[in-house]
Design a protein around this ligand. Structure first.
Ligand code: GDD
Ligand code: MN
Length: 366
């Protein structure tokens, strides 16, 4: 007789082939006597994590696998896993064995015992918890990120950066439409999105050392964290992607002027040749920056995708430039005194055009 399903454990994975079997066997031990399932959400890892997970799933139907193609992101993977279960409670845990799975039964029991609680957070910073063998540098960075998070959160959560927690699934389903789902910090996203403060309890655990595979936390992930905070604070006024696209656009203008001065003033090229070269360099730079940052989750890869993407980006921007010049010219004809305003409106219309169309045609294929 199957047990009623009490808990779903969602595990985001990227290149964790060496860890998934051990994780599932540890869950089996930790959750003995409970009705549970584990959902591994893999972003098509090159190391074949999804296939390794499916092999486990064939032997044990409590193991389920979602293989996402053409998408990346820890938070969005968690969201997808959390939406894929019928269990009333869902826990999120890393796939690299760094979180303490033996805490899961206690998390579940606390939620069952206290209907007023919405979620239980595994914390490294309450009495009894710890960051294990982290070096000073990572401790300092994590402390800074935690301070920032607390300011946005306005809740007295000791470890808002935690990626280890259990929450009532119905609450998640209610919040999903408004989540930003950017980057690494799904807990923070859930808690800042909720219109009413979520009621939480914290349980201590010690962050373990990773033995297999490697961490995916890099500078871009750190940048994504800041972006996610921006999104929380100002995202409704200026959407985060548009903000990034615009900042990169400004950078492109600087690159353009730099290349132009180098060629025209420095090397004595004609103005036209300088302009063409500067345009191509700035356009190409912006294309790659947007691909790596603004559209990181839908990044184009490989020669074919990159060439197609570049061509469509160039086409979109060419039309954007014509629109920019046309509109600025029109406004200037109407009121010739307002030349600066006319130019700025032209730039803004061009930027919105470039953004809207490139997000649809250059990065919108999935
Ligand atoms: N599906 C998917 N897609 N999974 C991902 C991705 C992704 O783009 N990036 C990372 N993961 C998975 C990893 O495979 C691992 O199972 C888990 O997410 C955590 O990634 P790590 O790269 O091991 O992160 P970490 O150890 O540096 O950070 C962890 O510690 C933080 C505490 O500071 C994460 O658990 C954070 O959530 C946690 O807050
Ligand atoms: Mn890790």
């Amino acid at each position: 007789m199957a047990r009623p399903l009490d808990l779903a454990v969602v595990v985001p994975t990227f290149n964790e082939r060496g860890n998934v079997a051990e994780l599932v066997s540890r869950l089996d031990r930790a959750l003995a006597g409970r009705g549970w399932e584990v959902i591994l959400v893999d972003d098509d890892s090159p190391d074949g994590t999804a296939e390794a997970a499916r092999e486990l799933a064939r032997a044990d139907p409590r193991v389920r696998v979602i293989q996402r193609i053409g998408r990346r992101g820890l938070s969005s993977a968690c969201v997808e896993g959390m939406c894929a279960t019928a269990a009333p409670v869902v826990a999120v845990i890393d796939g690299d064995l760094q979180h303490d799975e033996t805490l899961l039964p206690a998390m579940l029991d606390r939620l069952t015992a206290d209907p007023d609680l919405d979620l239980i957070v595994g914390s490294r910073f309450v009495e009894g918890g710890g960051t294990g063998e982290w070096d000073k540098d990572r401790v300092a960075k994590s402390a800074l990120a935690t301070r920032l998070a607390r300011r946005v959160l306005k809740a007295d959560l000791s470890d808002p950066m935690s990626g280890f927690f259990a929450i009532r699934t119905a609450i998640v389903r209610g919040l999903v439409p408004d989540l930003s789902a950017i980057g690494f910090k799904i807990l923070l996203d859930l808690m800042t999105t909720s219109p009413r403060p979520l009621r939480f309890a914290e349980l201590p655990y010690t962050f373990r050392v990773r033995t297999e595979g490697e961490s995916k936390l890099d500078h871009v992930v750190a940048l994504e964290y800041l972006i996610a905070l921006y999104d929380r604070m100002f995202g409704r006024v200026v959407p985060v992607r548009f903000a990034m696209f615009s900042v990169i656009g400004l950078l492109g203008t600087a690159v353009h002027m730099g290349v132009l001065s180098l060629l025209y003033l420095g090397l004595g090229a004609t103005f036209l040749a300088g302009q063409i070269a500067a345009t191509l360099v700035a356009l190409t730079g912006n294309f790659f920056l947007n691909n790596a940052l603004t559209y990181r989750d839908r990044r184009l890869k490989g020669w074919r995708q990159l060439v197609d993407g570049w061509v469509s980006f160039a086409a979109v921007c060419a039309v954007g430039a014509v629109a920019n010049v046309g509109i600025a010219g029109f406004l200037h004809d109407v009121r010739s005194g307002a030349w600066a305003v006319s130019a700025l409106v032209g730039v803004l219309v061009g930027a919105v055009w470039n953004y809207a169309l490139s997000s649809r045609f250059t990065w919108g294929r999935y």
